[in-house]
Ligand binder design. Sequence first.
Ligand code: FES
Ligand SMILES: [Fe+2]
Length: 348
Amino acid sequence: MFLRNHWYVAAFDHEIGRKPFARTILGEPVVFYRTEQGAAVAMEDRCAHRHLPLSMGKLVGDELQCHYHGVRFGSDGRCTRIPGQEQIPRSAKVKTYPLAERYRWLWIWMGDPALADPAKITDFHWLDDPQHWGAKASYLHVEANWQLVVDNLLDLTHLAFVHDTTIGNLALAEHAKVQVTRAPSNVVVTRWIIDREPPPTFQKVGGFAGHVDRWQIIDFVPPAFLRLDVGATPTGTGAPEGRRVGGIGMRNLNAITPETETTSHYFWGQAHDFDVKNPETTNRIFEQIRTAFHEDVAVFSAQQRNMETLPGAPQFDIAADAGTIAARRILSRLYDEEQGARPVAAAE
Ligand code: FES
Ligand SMILES: [Fe+2]
């Protein structure tokens, strides 16, 4: 299941340059490049002549020349040249995709181009606000369906078991006060862990001596954006009432882009609001989270393998699934709405 009429992160802005770059998104092979002026272009990675990936070709000025028979396509997808012939058939064109650059990411719109409004891009400004936030972002390839990644980030009890050497400890699973807030296209899971030991990462980067009040506020925006407001202050400071002083605050930022039904692109970053101009702090935090995320990736792929081996095998729900279930409901409603709108989109 893919939701098409949404912006997705396709790449880091620095990944796209004057060399064709291939990436499959929502099951469609796409080739990216930049024009001589630096504008990003995304087109179907399939030559309209005989299907060779255009990413095997090369740029000639602002046009992409197919590696096989040298046919060229302009940045609007229209064929501009066929070696040895004057006439260019009307069908000689490839699909192009709307793009936008924001927060150091290149965003792509895979659905009806008439609906591609950049104002709808989900806010990730923490990744590009060096005055207020130290931040570092990265990418993971995931051998699992994108919804498994969404589930994972909406239920942070797993930190107690999967990430007990970094960001987790048992207090997260046993002593969290959890509230799930639902809106038509949004789920917020708020978790407070009051007066407990800080987990190893928080001890390392926050220098806490005693117990902390820790928050995890997970903001889900469909189809697959999860912005986590996380942090801790020494117990009794008053963080639950809004006085976040003397501790650490971070944003864990996640944008998941389906590659296929069984694989995903996982763009993520970590931002912090203390010691913001110190790259060593940024790196230290980033490395801790990266360790944890590799642990998650191993979980996703193992789940996916079992789901493929035993399709439709039964499962059951627990209280901690409340956020996950709410998000899946939204996704399935949006999917039904998009399917209902299909004939309109197809008429484009
Ligand atoms: S396959 Fe691209 S020019 Fe023939
Ligand atoms: Fe995790």
